[in-house]
Design a protein around this ligand. Structure first.
Ligand code: GUN
Ligand code: ZN
Length: 439
């Protein structure tokens, strides 16, 4: 593939690289073999020859002045079955919300036909919104988790998927035994590995959170993660009611981080959601283990009783998550915006401390290369360095129906910022994963 036009990415946290009149070329595996900018239109032909990509000339895509290429967005925390009720159930705290809305709704995924219908819609919805990689929680059901894997493979989305594990404090009809949880997790790992798409479908060890997992289950899941060298995901120090529940359950003041660490569940492949109530000590432990936090700014507003302090914890690996349906929007653009907005409330609360502010470029980094680092994909996707896979969006801020009005001349930088702050799926006109067009 050959693309000529404006190419935008965040190869370093807090900065943005805007390559104009750029030529981006991929090979037949969808890997980037050239990115060269400032090529005048009349030198395009000779540059194509110099870069030895002339055989691809017939597939040259020339972007218009209102278009640019951006890395695919990476959602590091989303609950696949919860797409059914997202946009509702915004009225009560986490521990009550799980019992009233989540567990009854997730229970329905015991029906494979329901899972097939929902997961087809879900993956398409995420792709339309530019999510090229997602770290999913499925439900406790083996069959439905396989169906989510099938849907991601069918649509070509990169998917890290966990069959959810919970052997205590679930609900009527939505709980499993420790043995069943381990057995189904092993079967799900085998299923994903049988597909032989290790860069596109990855099974994830998924203890839901400490309240719903016995120590025996946590230990065995830690052992499975070690044995198969797999990623791990859970929720960590999310909200005041969750933290209080764990203290009551364990009869002491141990933090979530200390407990997960004891169970072997904090590794360099762990992605733990929220972390709003992590202590500085907990953060040091996570940094030492190489674990990541999936920052979920929108659901934190509803459940967490606080804002995750992104800027003070720059030493942590951090991605962004939508946390559907705790966060009601499946769009990572909303996560980017809410991350920036929440940081400003935090700064206001702390005597207007400007060092707490997350700018849009940093939030975009977290939604792309930051997410890739959380998932160990930093050499594969997240930006446009040579030899990476081309996971990318073609954005046009002037489509029919665009939510962005262009009334004056605009610089490429302003064009990108307008898309980040005002754009939506109407502006995402193509999506590529591994150099293949998926939308
Ligand atoms: N903690 C345990 N389960 C969940 C969930 O489904 N959503 C959120 N936001 N937090 C959780
Ligand atoms: Zn969650």
């Amino acid at each position: 593939m050959l693309i000529y036009g404006t190419v935008v990415h965040t190869p370093k946290r807090g900065t943005i690289s805007i390559h104009t009149n750029a030529l981006l070329a991929t090979n037949e595996e969808g890997r980037i073999v050239a990115l060269k900018d400032n090529i005048p239109e009349d030198k395009l032909d000779s540059t194509i020859d110099t870069l030895q990509v002339g055989h691809q000339r017939q597939s040259l895509l020339k972007l218009s002045a209102t278009q640019f290429i951006l890395p695919g967005l990476i959602d590091t925390h989303i609950h696949a079955p919860q797409i059914t009720y997202t946009g509702t159930a915004t009225d009560i705290p986490l521990m009550d919300w799980l019992q009233k809305y989540t567990f009854p709704s997730e229970r329905q995924f015991e029906d494979p036909a329901w899972a097939r219908k929902v997961y087809d819609v879900l993956v398409r919805r995420l792709l339309c919104n530019g999510t090229t990689t997602a770290l999913y929680f499925a439900s406790i059901h083996l069959e439905a988790s396989k169906i989510l894997a099938d849907s991601a493979l069918k649509h070509g989305q990169r998917a890290f998927i966990g069959k959810v594990c919970m052997d205590q404090n679930g609900a009527e009809g939505y709980i499993e035994t420790t043995e069943q949880s381990i057995e189904d997790t092993k079967a799900f790992i085998a299923y994903c590995q049988s597909k032989q798409r290790p860069q596109h479908l990855v099974p994830v060890i998924t203890p839901r959170f400490l309240p719903t997992c016995s120590p025996a289950l946590l230990e065995q899941l830690g052992a499975l993660a070690r044995q198969h060298d797999l990623p791990i995901q859970s929720h960590i120090s999310e909200s005041l009611d969750e933290v209080a529940f764990v203290h009551a359950l364990y009869g002491n003041e141990d933090t979530d981080t200390e407990i997960f660490d004891r169970m072997g569940l904090l590794t360099q492949r762990s992605v733990m959601a929220h972390g709003v109530h992590l202590s500085p000590n907990d953060v040091d432990t996570m940094v030492a283990r190489g674990s990541a936090v999936a920052v979920c700014p929108l659901s934190n507003v509803y459940f967490a009783n606080g804002v995750f302090p992104v800027q003070p914890y720059q030493k942590l690996k951090m991605g962004l998550g939508t946390d559907v349906a705790g966060g009601y929007s499946p769009s990572m653009l909303q996560s980017i915006r809410h991350c920036a907005v929440a940081s400003r409330y935090l700064a206001t609360q702390k005597d207007h401390d400007p060092s707490l502010v997350v700018d849009w470029m940093t939030a975009l980094y977290m939604a792309t290369l930051g997410g890739a680092e959380a998932l160990g994909l930093q050499d594969e996707v997240g930006s446009f360095e040579l030899n990476k896979s081309l996971d990318a969006l073609l954005v046009d801020i002037a489509t029919d129906n665009s939510p962005i009005d262009l009334l004056d001349d605009i610089t490429p930088m302003d064009m990108v910022e307008k898309f980040i702050n005002l754009g939506d799926d109407r502006n995402i006109i193509s999506v590529w994963i591994s150099g293949e067009r998926k939308l």
